[in-house]
Design a protein around this ligand. Structure first.
Ligand code: ZN
Length: 155
């Protein structure tokens, strides 16, 4: 996604965890503990992948995208479909995305990456509506001003 920034990749931690699992340092139950909420999110909002589950190898992994940020208000902390993210990124200034991989068969789950999305990353010319939208802040004030003038004129 074009406005993606501040990407944090957790693949090293994932690899270390899987190594510990294969060495028997930790048990499957400790890492295959996806909550019912996470499994539901994977089923209804998840993005299927071609990658096999590294633990059970019986199912492909599903990616769940969780969104966080003040601008989201009551939607903060919800899972969203991948296709919804570019739309949100054009609407909101900034929000955080956490990507969690889930195996719906054995309940393996791990945070794969996190990043920021939102139109704050765009230059004024790239923002929706182009250069016109860049001046919309002042334009909006003018419009409000003129409409209130019109209202006063009518009185
Ligand atoms: Zn699995």
């Amino acid at each position: 996604m074009r406005t993606q920034r501040q990407v944090v990749d957790y693949s090293l931690q994932r690899r270390a965890l899987l190594r510990d699992l294969h060495n028997g340092k930790i048990g499957t139950l400790e890492v295959c503990d996806a909550s019912p909420y996470l499994k539901n999110a994977a089923r209804f909002h998840g993005e299927p992948t071609d990658e096999r589950c590294p633990v059970c190898r019986r199912d492909n992994l599903t990616l769940v995208h969780y969104i966080y940020g003040d601008e989201l208000k009551q939607s903060a902390g919800q899972a969203r479909k991948l296709a919804e993210l570019p739309v949100l990124a054009m609407t909101l200034r900034e929000f955080q995305v956490f990507v969690v991989e889930v195996c719906q068969t054995c309940a393996w789950n791990h945070l794969t990456e996190q990043f920021l999305l939102g139109r704050d990353a765009l230059t004024p010319d790239e923002r929706p509506g182009g250069a016109l939208a860049a001046s919309s802040a002042s334009g909006r004030h003018r419009e409000t001003g003129s409409s209130s003038l019109r209202r006063e004129g009518r009185q």
